[in-house]
Design a protein around this ligand. Sequence first.
Ligand SMILES: NC(=O)c1ccc[n+]([C@@H]2O[C@H](COP(=O)([O-])OP(=O)(O)OC[C@H]3O[C@@H](n4cnc5c(N)ncnc54)[C@H](OP(=O)(O)O)[C@@H]3O)[C@@H](O)[C@H]2O)c1
Length: 290
Amino acid sequence: MKKVLIAGSTGYLGKHVVKEFKKRGYFVRALARNPQKLKETGPFLEPAVIEQVDEIFIGDVTKPETLKEICNGIDIVFSSVGITRQKGKLTFRDVDYQGNKNILDIAAQKSVEKFIFVSIFNAHLFRNIEIVKCREDFVRELKNSGINYAVIRPTGYFSDISEFLRMAKSGRVYLIGSGKNKINPIHGADLAKICVDTVANDKNEISVGGPNTYTTEEIAEIAFSVLGKKPKITRTPAWLVNFGVKIIRPFNKQKSDLIEFIVTTQQNDMVAPATGGHTLRSYFEKLNME
Ligand SMILES: NC(=O)c1ccc[n+]([C@@H]2O[C@H](COP(=O)([O-])OP(=O)(O)OC[C@H]3O[C@@H](n4cnc5c(N)ncnc54)[C@H](OP(=O)(O)O)[C@@H]3O)[C@@H](O)[C@H]2O)c1
């Protein structure tokens, strides 16, 4: 039985990936800082996965001394580790780059067959943005490591797009720019299948999105329609949000970097080859019932 290490196993994508690897017969080792999270359904309906985990490895990717044995006996490493939503003092450089590199360094010393990493669709367009720069700096390390690898490049996750539903619930959706830019976001379960498929194929880079493409304005309308509310939408010029980003930067660089990423991606079409069957409307409906 092949053994997989899943780093990021307590997050939105990671939990779906744990489920998918287990379904396909793997022995699953889950890296977790807080194993309790494996027992719980997450805030974006990502499933509890404790039943699918064969072994919990307690560790923190920013503390290499906690990772020494992490790849012992492991054939495949998957990592979706990152700090998109996390609060605290750690930076994208500390976690998205160095944390993943700490795992890679150990994987390179062991007989790991393949390292699967999740970065961002169209990263080449956003290289000046800190989160993208850090993830792509890691991708470069991965390519130079000599380990067989796959880099998955998804558009946006349903979890992040649920922000539209949250805004609609509070009465008004704020769009950045015209609202005409397009995206085909993807459900974690659909993306997890693509992640696990990479074990058996020889593609090194896979761009992927969900089955349906929407403008951000349409996503706002779907959110209001699921709630049975009349749409109330405010369009904020991107330059104004970017100005705000510059103002908060000296006080909270991490938040400012994240908002800059959201503003910039919303100014571009994010439409990748489509896969999967989950629709945003049914996801919003389920989230709304929680
Ligand atoms: N969200 C999107 O729309 C999108 C689109 C394209 C690409 N991506 C990329 O996909 C990645 C995964 O997204 P996601 O939504 O699944 O993120 P998530 O729910 O925030 O999960 C992140 C995972 O990383 C773990 N982690 C963070 N810091 C750690 C540390 N110091 N040591 C060990 N584990 C640590 C978290 O553990 P804890 O539970 O302990 O915090 C969690 O398991 C992101 O980092 C992002 O760059 C996201």
